[in-house]
Design a protein around this ligand. Structure first.
Ligand SMILES: [Zn+2]
Length: 715
């Protein structure tokens, strides 16, 4: 859009105000050629005599583009006339959410104007309805935007397709036979099967390696001739034997236990150099299939032949290139065309391909020379790990956190494992190049950490030491790691009053076993005791005890002291809730005197009275284990909407029994409950409460008694 040129075009100007009722804005149009292109210019004016010279907005439409110029601010917008956000931009149509009378408010100067809009290229009319002038323009804007978006998507799709093709073309050939040989050797361990079926002293053997079938004697005969027959070892299921034909070692498998086809699958990686400095990891699924051919004869099924077959299919590729995000391509199958193809996105749902740990072909590491993964130390990492690794994950993490090379080479394998799984919580400073700063530990402990391969329990203790600015020796660190101190909180606060050695000694004493025995039972005992001790310490601290007092720091009986703290803490919490409730609901206490007069009642067996304060309701709820202590009951009582009453045995007036809620004004019985939301002695209590409510209503209780008397007197 040639904005400057368009701005220079003089305004259309309107001669006279529209007389139409409700017309707030009036629009006029013109068609101008700007830069060899037809422009439909629509100007909107305020429908007031003084405003007819300068429009509010100028809406410009060409065959393929549009824009709106705000005259006052001099700004251009590409918003649409209708649609979300529009009303904020265009004061003209700011309808405050009402659009139904927009048509009356936005009129067009003349029929010629309407004709000009209708005949502009691209403008469409709707056969079933006359569109307003702004609807026609708006629809056109919509069409243009949609097309632009579609074009954009198409371009992106084309680009992706182009890049995919380019990657495919640059991916080196793969030596399939080499991969299958490797898989057979390393994954399938060159396993063969010797199928067999015994009959009498003879056995029929089918070998999956050579495919041959033969019959041999496995038990020496008694006849003279039989001594010259060649013998084989007795086949035993699951044991290893040698094929009498080709000599290959294989596992004996009875014919009756063999299916005609059986296969094993596995996955592996082979990495190749990609372009100048990139790498591509190819994820391949290999399969070894064993087949046993059977034919039916009179005597039953007989083994005919056997074979084994290796096959492989590449299922994913991951490309690493300098300065680019890793790109994963997936091998897909199109059931309609029956063709395989590569795609740059994964399959959805169940068919989703996940790339996980698998063996890596040796030549991968040779191929890494000169690539961005040359110094990744991936080979060292794989060697240090006891099981397979996922080279894709490792490479991704290495490119993100290059310190992984150093960590791997130092032998801090457990740390690397965490990072590869994207658990960065153990990193203290992600930008540091020194291992002690990176992990947030003291420099002098790095060697010790390496001895433990970066074990998390040790690392956490070292990080705690550094954080607390403590100095612990190797032995102390190892003991703390053994009791799991690094991951526990609370205990470190007592270090103000005592040394770490004292704490370690106490744990040893309480546990009654020594550190560092290597015996897992002793270690778990130490851990359990330490956990209880740390628990105990943190409760003491929270309850505000002075931890410089040895009696608190080192109780004679840890179990008993721990138990005591648990009880104290519970009581503390309970008291806190009661204090809170009384503060939050002060009116309950205030209402009590008045309510008491109104609701107190007793007979030979039971007494009933309102709650004295909010705390009493909380306690009632806690003792009876029901929800009356909750805020909504307290709210209602506090606001005088309903009254909570305690019904108790006359003999035990302090023991909660039944809690009753009554509507304060209508005296309607809302509900009553005993312990655990149950209704004890229901029939009896229902009757008792009915009777009570009746008495309340008829004024036979409390204040009512007075009123009744007054009524009687006045009558
Ligand atoms: Zn054989």
């Amino acid at each position: 859009m040639k904005k400057k040129a368009i701005e220079k075009i003089p305004y259309i100007g309107i001669q006279r105000v529209s007389r139409k009722k409700d017309a707030k804005y009036i629009a006029a149009t013109m068609v101008k050629i700007v830069g060899h292109e037809k422009h439909l210019i629509t100007e909107v004016y305020r429908n007031k005599k003084k405003d007819l010279a300068v429009p509010l907005v100028r809406i410009v439409l060409t065959k393929k583009d549009f824009g709106t110029f705000f005259v006052e601010s001099g700004e251009w917008s590409r918003g649409m006339i209708s649609g979300r956000g529009y009303t904020n931009v265009y004061p003209v149509w700011d309808r405050g959410g009402r659009i139904y009378d927009a048509e009356k408010e936005n009129v067009l100067r003349s029929k010629e104007d309407l004709q000009r809009i209708k005949s502009f290229p691209g403008i469409e009319e709707k056969p079933w309805r006359d569109l307003t002038w702004y609807e026609m323009i708006n629809d056109r804007m919509n069409t243009i935007t949609t097309k632009e978006r579609r074009d954009r998507e198409n371009r992106r799709y084309e680009r992706r397709k182009q890049e995919l093709k380019e990657r495919e073309e640059n991916t080196p050939e793969i030596d399939e036979q080499k991969i299958l040989d490797y898989a057979d050797r390393v994954i399938f361990l060159e396993k063969h099967y010797l199928y067999y079926k015994k009959h009498g002293v003879r056995v029929r053997v089918a070998c999956s390696k050579c495919g041959g079938v033969t019959e041999r004697r496995w038990k020496p005969g008694i006849s003279y001739e039989s001594q010259f027959e060649s013998m084989i070892e007795e086949p035993r299921r699951g044991y290893s034997g040698a094929c009498p034909l080709c000599g290959a070692r294989g596992e004996w498998k009875p014919q009756g236990k063999a299916t005609d086809s059986y296969s094993k699958e596995a996955r592996l990686f082979v990495g190749q150099k990609y372009k100048e400095t990139g790498m591509v990891f190819r994820y391949i699924e290999v399969e070894k299939e064993y087949q046993l051919g059977l034919i039916c004869e009179e005597k039953g099924t007989v083994m005919q032949n056997a074979c084994e077959q290796l096959s492989g299919i590449e299922i994913a590729r991951v490309y690493f290139e300098e300065g680019r995000e890793p790109q994963k391509d997936y091998h897909k199958y199109d059931p309609y065309s029956g063709k395989d193809f590569w795609d740059d996105c994964n399959l959805y749902g169940m068919a989703n391909i996940s790339i996980s740990e698998a063996p890596i072909l040796r030549e991968t590491y040779e191929a890494m020379q000169g690539t961005i993964l040359q110094y990744s130390a991936m080979q060292e990492y794989e060697a240090a790990e006891s099981s397979c690794i996922n080279p894709v994950e490792y490479a991704e993490r290495y490119l993100h956190t290059p310190q992984i090379e150093m960590l791997t080479k130092l032998g801090l394998i457990k740390v690397v494992e965490k990072l590869v799984k994207q658990q960065y919580g153990i990193v203290a400073n992600a930008h540091a190049n020194r291992v002690d700063i990176f992990l947030g530990i003291r420099k002098e402990h790095v060697r010790q950490l390496i001895r433990h391969q970066g074990e998390e329990s040790i690392l956490k203790v070292m990080q705690t030491e550094k954080r607390l600015d403590q100095h612990w020796n190797d032995e102390q660190i190892e003991k703390l790691a053994e009791v799991g101190a690094g991951v526990r909180n609370g205990w470190t606060e007592v270090l103000e009053h005592t040394g770490v050695q004292r704490i370690l000694n106490l744990i040893e004493k309480y546990a009654g076993v020594e550190y560092g025995t290597g015996c897992s039972r002793a270690t778990s005992r130490l851990r359990d005791v330490a956990q209880m001790y740390f628990d105990y310490l943190s409760m003491r601290l929270v309850l505000g005890y002075d931890m410089s007092n040895t009696v608190y720091l080192a109780p004679r009986d840890l179990n008993a002291a721990h138990q005591k703290m648990v009880m104290e803490q519970n009581k503390e919490q309970a008291d806190l809730r009661i204090r809170e409730a009384n503060l939050k609901y002060p009116l309950i206490k205030k209402h009590y005197r008045r309510l008491r007069k109104r609701f107190c009642y007793e007979d030979e067996d039971f007494c009933i009275r309102p709650a004295r304060d909010a705390g009493e309701i909380v306690m009632e709820g806690r003792v009876l284990h029901h929800c009356v202590g909750g805020d909504n009951y307290l709210d209602k009582h506090n606001d005088d909407i309903s009254t909570i009453l305690f019904l108790r045995a006359k003999k035990e007036p302090d023991v909660p029994y039944i809690t009753v809620e009554i509507k304060t004004d209508s005296l309607k019985l809302m509900q009553w409950y005993g312990a655990y939301d149950k209704k004890p002695d229901k029939k009896n209590m229902d009757r008792w409460l009915d009777n009570y409510v009746t008495k309340l209503k008829s004024g036979l209780i409390g204040d009512g008694q007075e009123k009744q008397r007054v009524l009687v007197l006045s009558a």
